[in-house]
Design a protein around this ligand. Structure first.
Ligand code: ZN
Length: 538
């Protein structure tokens, strides 16, 4: 019925990819006609991992819509973090249907994690294999997932192609070995993160966990000693451990993931389940506490040591002291007994038990080291971690040196200046014909920063603004009459308003200017109705 070869859906292929395959293999040279055939609208833009029109795509591809929704898009990951079934159903029906408001429904818009623009991603090694195995390259769903930056099979960093306006925009492309790429090796943490996201997506395609994530986090963190006996989060040690765990993700000047993820304050929100957060934040915590999604979701309710009533305080003390006699650190004892480190320390001191001290006093050598790193612009957290002191202590040393704080601010802005200038020049080198508006949209952060802080340089780089064109005033009534005359010849083309508009060579016109072209619009509507009456759908 579609008058083209129907490509087979390849398992693991994204929905966008199948539509591109369909277009490439079809008899059409115009992607708008393909979209009109498939979706009854010419100007569809399909998101690489959060597309709409899944039902129509699935029907054309001959697969189950729910299957395509799960295996061909990032839906399962977004659904996991939504608060209730109603929100999940709303997102599902928007994706199955026209795809209206997906950014808001998926919770993406509110997450403030947007970063680097929407991209199509591929692995050059997978592409070579795919060409051998199935005869062509295709976009893997797993590679398109937000936060996945490495191919976990080949341990290669994924190549990217900007997909929004200013990038490939509405085109339908398949990965192509002709596209120049620079293979690079990802960091170990990057592979870990990509592996976990991919595994989570796969897991959620076949499982629907019912327990709340907050509950699961509390079990995991409790087991690993990051909760006090009263269930409060031990934020400081947790933050330090997570910073260390994910270090490689934030080691480069060009960030691999949104830099906001390195500020682990969102963890407390995840643990208390106060509102929905982006799945990437969840994965940062999940992959920190567990080795795989299957392990994460299978944690049993922990046997919590009963908190002894006050009159049993002596029994508690005896139990803790027994533990302290073992060659264990206070932290380990805290983990075993479920009491806070502070409580155990007090007890140990009261009973003259040796207590290991953290470096409380900062020697002159350490202070010099801290000053040196601060002078180089290293972050407070990293300095604190490096010297084993608190962030507060580092702050105190920075403040005690006059001018150091200003100097660090200056370094920060020089670094930003360089980053943003690099972003812009790289983009300009790759997009020679880009307009000012296109550049602004594609490099939004860099553009607005440079506009505020480095405007003259920015203007030197930008192409000249397009001259506004003088339009003589239009005689709409005359134009309306002329169009009516044209339309009268086109009753055979009246499959839809858009078909008529295309036949007139004026896409979107009739609908856009229907107030100014009342006669043409009314006639067009009549023609479409008459055409429909003569060509009843089977
Ligand atoms: Zn690969």
């Amino acid at each position: 019925m579609l008058g083209s070869v129907i490509p087979a859906y390849i398992p693991g292929e994204s929905a966008y990819s199948w539509v591109s395959q369909y277009f490439v293999q079809s008899a059409y040279s115009d992607r708008n006609r393909v979209c009109d055939r498939l979706f009854h609208h010419p100007a569809i833009r399909l998101h690489p991992s959060l597309p709409g029109h899944i039902e129509a795509t699935a029907q054309a591809a001959g697969v189950d819509p729910q299957y395509l929704l799960h295996h061909g898009t990032g839906f399962p990951l977004y659904a996991l973090t939504l608060r209730d079934k109603l929100q999940v159903d709303t997102l599902a029906s928007a994706m199955l249907g026209e795809g209206q408001g997906l950014m808001a429904l998926s919770g993406q818009a509110a997450s403030k994690l947007a970063f680097g623009g929407v991209c199509l991603k591929w692995c050059p090694a997978c592409l070579r294999e795919d060409e051998q195995d199935v005869g062509c390259g295709y976009w893997h769903t797993a590679h398109q997932l937000y936060g996945v930056t490495a191919c976990t099979k080949h341990a290669l960093r994924l190549q990217t192609l900007a997909a929004s306006a200013g990038g490939i925009d509405r085109q339908l492309l398949l990965p192509d070995p002709e596209i120049p790429c620079e293979p690079s090796r990802p960091y170990e943490q990057e592979i870990n993160l990509s592996t976990y996201i991919t595994a989570l997506h796969r897991y959620l395609c076949v499982q629907s966990p019912t327990e709340s994530l907050a509950e699961l986090y509390q079990r995991w963190l409790g087991q690993q000693g990051y909760l006090t006996a009263r269930g409060h989060l031990r934020s400081q040690p947790l933050l330090q451990a997570m910073t260390e765990f994910w270090q490689g993700l934030f080691a480069d000047i060009t960030p691999i993931v949104p830099p906001g993820l390195a500020n682990y304050r969102y963890v407390s929100g995840l643990v208390h389940g106060d509102r929905s957060h982006h799945y990437l934040k969840h994965v940062m915590l999940m992959a920190f506490v567990s080795r795989s999604p299957a392990e994460f979701f299978s944690i049993e309710v922990q046997q919590v040591l009963p908190v002894p009533p006050a009159r049993d305080a002596q029994a508690v003390e005896r139990a803790v002291l027994r533990w302290l006699a073992e060659p264990l650190s206070m932290r380990q004892v805290a983990r075993q007994t479920g009491y806070s480190v502070g409580y155990i320390k007090q007890l140990a001191l009261r009973h003259n038990h040796p207590v290991e001290h953290r470096a409380q006093r900062i020697t002159a050598a350490v202070a010099r080291g801290i000053w040196r790193q601060a002078f180089m612009g290293v972050s407070r957290q990293q300095i604190a971690h490096y010297h084993g002191v608190s962030v507060g202590a580092v702050e105190a040393i920075i403040q005690s040196h006059q001018g150091l704080s200003d100097w660090r601010r200056h370094l920060g802005s020089v670094r930003k200046l360089r980053e943003h200038r690099d972003t812009l020049t790289t983009y300009l080198a790759q997009h020679v014909d880009a307009s000012r508006g296109g550049i602004e949209q594609a490099c939004r952060t860099a553009f607005s920063w440079l506009y505020r802080h480095d405007r003259s340089w920015l203007y030197q780089q930008l192409p000249a603004p397009k001259q506004s064109v003088y339009h003589p005033s239009v005689d709409w009534a005359q134009r309306d009459r002329a169009l009516v005359a044209q339309l009268e010849q086109l009753d055979g083309e009246a499959r839809s308003l858009s078909a008529l508009e295309r036949a007139l060579g004026r896409p979107d016109w009739l609908r856009k200017y229907k107030a100014r072209l009342p006669l043409s619009y009314a006639l067009a509507v009549r023609l479409v109705a008459a055409y429909a009456a003569q060509h009843p759908k089977p």
